[in-house]
Design a protein around this ligand. Structure first.
Ligand code: ADP
Length: 386
């Protein structure tokens, strides 16, 4: 009875074990099917080769599609026999990069399709043991299209830069050559006014005034274009510049503007930056000068210069208590010859901010303004920290 009972229990145990084994078998088959599907359907090319012989053991559908070789044509043969590398040197380069390591990631290689077409691929490689056999798993993505697009983009950027430089050179040469005759007109018109103004009637003198004014304005504009062209030439001399000292010099330069307008300039502690001293001085003259210039008729201009570190860069602020700028025009005013006022109320050629932007950008920085009409303006520019 006891014996039968125990053999009955043993049979139950065996059946349980058999069931467990078959469950495990089914689970393994499901996992295998899953991985086989992933391997087959993966959009990137996958190939497994034996490390010792270099023969292909397995390749996926993407390999067939990208390389043009079918599985039966590939399996059992080597990459050398198929000619899947662009050249032997390309294969050697990959082997040298792998060295003694067991993995190589995102390595750019040149493969050759069955059709003979060469293409660029981004390849990763892992050395593994498959059923005791040292093997290599290659995963590669065809990036030919991306490379071609990158090349096109690079070419158009180069072309754009070339034509930009040509235009700048043209503007510089044109302005340079125009300046001389313009100066001649200016000085002879002034001489005419001085020496022979008395013999002209009122109408004649008025015409002469227009002539002198127009010629002077033309000279200022041409000088502005020259200044703008020069500011675009890459920051020539990059040295440590103490902005504290530089602003002191700028304030001294602006002495007469300060006096005539009864203004005041305050400065906070300023950093040492790396840049071209002459260009940075020009940038500060333009911003502080505008701060003194664009104030309400009855107000006394106050300009504050300060600096702070902002996300790993220096940010210099030139803030005034002047007429402010409508947000709608806050980008526009950095364009060449862009002015929001006529020359009668606020003289100028509309070049100062365009030059300021060029200088800030040539130093790897940005420039912008924060302002509301009637509330003063805060011009801010960044410079890399040294
Ligand atoms: P300009 O000073 O010769 O007019 P800018 O290029 O320096 O030329 O400035 C362009 C325009 O931006 C100015 O004409 C003015 O309308 C506006 N602007 C510049 N700075 C200020 C400021 N601090 N406050 C108000 N408006 C300003």
């Amino acid at each position: 009875m006891g014996k039968r009972g125990s053999s009955g229990e043993g049979g139950g145990e065996r059946r349980n074990q058999d069931r467990r084994r078959s469950d495990i078998g089914a689970a393994l088959r499901r996992i295998e099917t899953k991985f086989a599907t992933v391997f087959r359907a993966c959009p990137d090319l996958i190939a497994i080769t034996a490390r010792d012989t270099g023969r292909f053991i397995e390749v996926n559908d993407a390999f067939e599609r990208i390389m043009g070789w079918t599985k039966p044509e590939t399996i059992g043969r080597t990459s050398g026999e198929l000619g899947t590398w662009e050249s032997r040197a390309e294969r050697d380069r990959m082997i040298a990069a792998l060295g003694d390591a067991t993995r190589l990631e995102n390595f750019e290689v040149r493969f050759r399709r069955k059709s003979g077409e060469v293409f660029t691929a981004l390849m990763s490689l892992e050395v593994v043991n498959l059923s005791g056999e040292p093997s290599l798993i290659f995963v590669a993505r065809d990036i030919n299209q991306r490379k071609a697009e990158e090349m096109l983009l690079r070419r158009s950027a180069e072309e754009l830069e070339r034509s930009n430089m040509e235009l700048e050179r043209f503007a510089y040469v044109a302005a340079h050559d125009l300046l001389e005759p313009c100066r001649t007109i200016c000085s002879f018109a002034q001489m005419l006014e001085r020496k022979h103004g008395a013999i002209l009637d009122d109408e004649g003198r008025e015409y002469l005034d227009f002539l002198v004014g127009g010629a002077q304005r033309m000279r200022d504009l041409i000088q502005g274009v020259l200044g703008y062209s020069r500011a675009g030439m890459a920051a020539a001399q990059m040295v440590d510049v103490d902005m504290d000292d530089l602003v002191k010099v700028v304030i001294a330069d602006l002495g007469s503007a300060l006096e005539t307008r009864g203004g005041a300039i305050e400065t906070g502690p300023l950093p040492v930056v790396r840049g071209d001293p002459a260009q940075l001085r020009q940038l500060m003259v333009n911003l502080i000068g505008n701060g003194l210039k664009f104030h309400a008729e009855d107000g006394r201009p106050r300009v504050r210069v300060a600096a702070e570190s902002l996300e790993g860069e220096w940010c210099v602020t030139v803030e005034d208590n002047g007429i402010g700028i409508d947000p709608e025009y806050q980008d526009d005013i950095f364009g060449i010859f862009r002015r929001l006022h006529g020359p009668d109320r606020y003289p100028g050629a509309g070049i100062g901010l365009a030059v300021a932007r060029r200088i800030a950008e040539a130093h790897g920085g940005r420039i912008w303004v924060e302002s509301e009409p009637g509330q003063g303006a805060r011009f801010r520019f960044t410079l890399p920290m040294v």
